[in-house]
Design a protein around this ligand. Sequence first.
Ligand SMILES: [Zn+2]
Ligand SMILES: [Zn+2]
Length: 342
Amino acid sequence: MPPPPSPVTIPPVTKPSPVSRRNFLSAALAGSAATLAGAQMPQSSPDEWAPERTQAALHSATGTSLVLLGTGAGPVEGRPRRMTSHVLVSNGAAYIVDCGLGVTNQLARTGIPFSAVRSIFITHHHPDHNVEYGPFLLLRWVGHNTQAPSAYGPPPLIQMTRDYLRSVDVTIRFWSEDFQYPPLKVDDVHEITGSGHVMKDKNVRVTSVLVQHPPVRPALGYRFDFADRSIAFSGDTVPLEAVARMAQGADVLVHEAIDMAVMDRMERLNHDPVQYKIAMHHMRADHSPIEDVGRIAQQAGVKTLVLSHLAPSIGIPDETWRAAAARHFKGNIIVGHDLMVI
Ligand SMILES: [Zn+2]
Ligand SMILES: [Zn+2]
């Protein structure tokens, strides 16, 4: 029998405090991302949970938790919903799924210590899923976490990791000399090219599934089987039987979703006819209409469907998303918001 899961140690919940020059400087000198986030904790928007609520939920959790760090679709900056990233917390360890812009800050706001991050999983090489992979590794190391996490994702992840480290070599050397700890090394990187076994440690077994997201090949979904809970991620894909099979019987399926009719109107308004045609071709060839997401979740027989990577990411009420998914899915439906704990 595996030992009962214990939560990651979450620092006590503190009220957001205004940024003062003094606490900003002391945080910067300490080189701690978590301290910085505490000093600068912004107010929450209607599209996210308040960080205090996230921290409290994690603090009282007894088993495996899923935290939605970013639930917006596409590489669009400045929106209330951040780009895609999620973190799973189990038995004192954290596992990140995708590194869209904002992953570092959002993780800091959850209160999960950066040292708890064991592994990073990238679903595919679009910027809303990988743009902050390298910067997260760098900033985690700056916070005195000298043992890098392992990383998994499609090729050329090994080359990308090397190239990123080379691009920040001078930064790493200056920091390493100044604060006297060893330079950042990221050696445990694995390229995943198909469906099947990805990794196993004492907390979790991870498997992958190939999904359809042309022209990105390979693009992956992942399934995480913990002792107490199974959580599957579709990644970016059209509706796919393979995702339903991968997620079969899981407790939670996190699936991308698009409202095709609303997206069509938005793209028509925002683009010239040629760009509009190209954009809508991408939406139809690469993403999952919300009604079909319900069908996939029903086929998979999951208990809970979590909608994340929402397109468009603003302007559609939760009730509209939920009603469309409920046409075919009879289980529990959660419309994802940033910093939500599930
Ligand atoms: Zn995406
Ligand atoms: Zn994508």
